[in-house]
Design a protein around this ligand. Structure first.
Ligand SMILES: [Zn+2]
Ligand SMILES: [Zn+2]
Length: 252
């Protein structure tokens, strides 16, 4: 699998985009502001979108992309998300006020089709096995574990302390785990309220992980990136760990 990091920041600003990952050529996990990095041709190639949750930084690229490709779209895009997330998109985005209702356009075959899933579900899409992972965040959220014959990786979605996750990852043994560490240790209260991890909490979480996968951290708040990464290295010297970088391609 080829994973392209289009966005991995907890905010925006020059050079920073919010969560958007492209898997091979036709699948997106979380259409955040990183969707801006795609060419028109690349947008037209998207067939499957997995969404972790309805927070704006993870979905804002979707309505904008649909308007961009609408008159040239070659196929219907299949969108997978929790029922609460689909409901939030329908109520708050595709409501004819904020944006046209692309679930009804064009009438004969709408450009998108929504499919609901739940944590624990397993599905096969575009030749990949997908397991839906539990997450701990203030709004209904999941993560995803993707695997094919040769490789696998897990993305936690936005999450705070998540005890349900580790037994699953111990069993599945992904090669790579992308995990949310948004805040510094000094911002522990804010992290707890907003459902994200700090470096110290990551270190605590990883005591439950028996499989030494490569760890990549994501969703770092702008301005604090170096401090978060340095503290993670200090606390977890035995782990292969780095932050994600914009535009990097991870070959699995
Ligand atoms: Zn969130
Ligand atoms: Zn987020």
């Amino acid at each position: 699998m080829k994973l392209k990091i289009l966005g991995c920041s907890g905010g925006i600003g020059k050079g920073l985009k919010t969560t958007t990952f492209k898997v091979d050529d036709s699948m997106i996990i979380d259409p955040g502001t990183g969707m801006e990095k795609l060419t028109l041709e690349e947008m037209l190639s998207v067939r499957t979108i997995l969404i972790t949750h309805a927070h704006l930084d993870h979905i804002i690229g979707l309505p904008l992309m649909l308007a961009t490709i609408f008159d040239q779209a070659r196929h219907q895009i299949q969108i997978y998300a929790l029922p609460d997330v689909i409901s939030a998109l329908n109520t708050h985005i595709f409501n004819w006020t904020v944006w046209p209702d692309y679930t009804q356009l064009p009438e004969d075959k709408p450009i998108i089709r929504m499919h609901s899933l739940q944590a624990g579900d397993e599905l096969t899409l575009a030749g990949k096995h997908i397991q839906v992972l539990p997450a701990a965040h203030p709004t209904p959220t999941v993560g995803y574990l993707l695997s094919d014959q040769n490789s696998s990786f897990a993305f936690t979605g936005d999450t705070g302390v998540n005890p349900q996750l580790w037994p699953l990852l111990n069993e599945k043994k992904p090669q790579l785990v992308i995990i949310d560490v948004s805040f510094t240790d000094d911002q522990g209260e804010l992290a707890q309220l907003s459902g994200h991890l700090t470096p110290s909490q990551l270190a605590q979480e990883l005591t439950h992980f028996e499989h030494h996968a490569e760890i990549r951290i994501t969703h770092l708040k702008p301005g604090n990136e170096d401090m978060i990464v340095a503290r993670c290295h200090e606390l977890l010297p035995e782990w292969t760990l780095d932050r994600l970088h914009h535009d990097e391609i991870i070959e699995l």
